[in-house]
Design a protein around this ligand. Structure first.
Ligand code: HEC
Length: 134
């Protein structure tokens, strides 16, 4: 006996369509944020996340989304995009953040954070990632 589509079938379909729309929206928002932080810093946030891990920033900082970054020596870099100041010393602008990441002693020779030896591009990439932390 041939059977028509059931109500349950329609419900499943509706959930799939709505879920797909939700996922598409999330991906879209993610892409917009990546573009925005790229324009701000000239960096690539995905590359920045890798560099943050590679340069062991997480030995001293808690950094959401970076594997193993749970250090307690420096302040957590959670919600970094919303900070007014960097290290309580410099305005939180992309240019200052790039410089800070390379060598905090440019802002304060007493800072306990050591120069990191990051290249310009690495610092831009890491800054881009930190600005995705809202
Ligand atoms: C040896 C420990 C150490 C390492 C490694 C380290 N930091 Fe830091 N970091 C600190 C300390 C301590 C501070 C606070 C410094 C101050 O206020 O002078 C700090 C501050 C910061 C700040 C400002 C935070 C705020 O709340 O304003 C940023 C951004 C930052 N670090 C990024 C990085 C990045 C990116 C790396 C890796 C390339 C890194 N740090 C590596 C110890 C470290």
């Amino acid at each position: 006996m041939a059977r028509g589509p059931t109500l349950a079938g329609f419900a499943v379909l509706a959930v799939l369509i709505a879920g797909g729309g939700f996922v598409a929206n999330q991906i879209d928002a993610h892409r917009r944020l990546d573009r925005k932080v790229h324009v701000l810093t000239g960096g690539d946030p995905a590359a920045g996340r890798d560099t943050l891990a590679r340069l062991s920033c997480g030995g001293c900082h808690e950094i959401p989304g970076v594997h193993g970054a749970a250090g307690r020596v420096g302040p957590p870099l959670t919600h970094f995009a919303g900070r007014a100041f960097i290290g309580g010393r410099a305005n939180n602008t992309p240019a200052n953040l790039v410089r800070w990441i390379q060598d905090p002693h440019q802002f304060d020779p007493q800072s306990a954070m050591p120069p990191t030896g990051a290249s310009d591009q690495q610092a831009r990439d890491m800054a881009a990632y930190l600005y995705t932390l809202q």
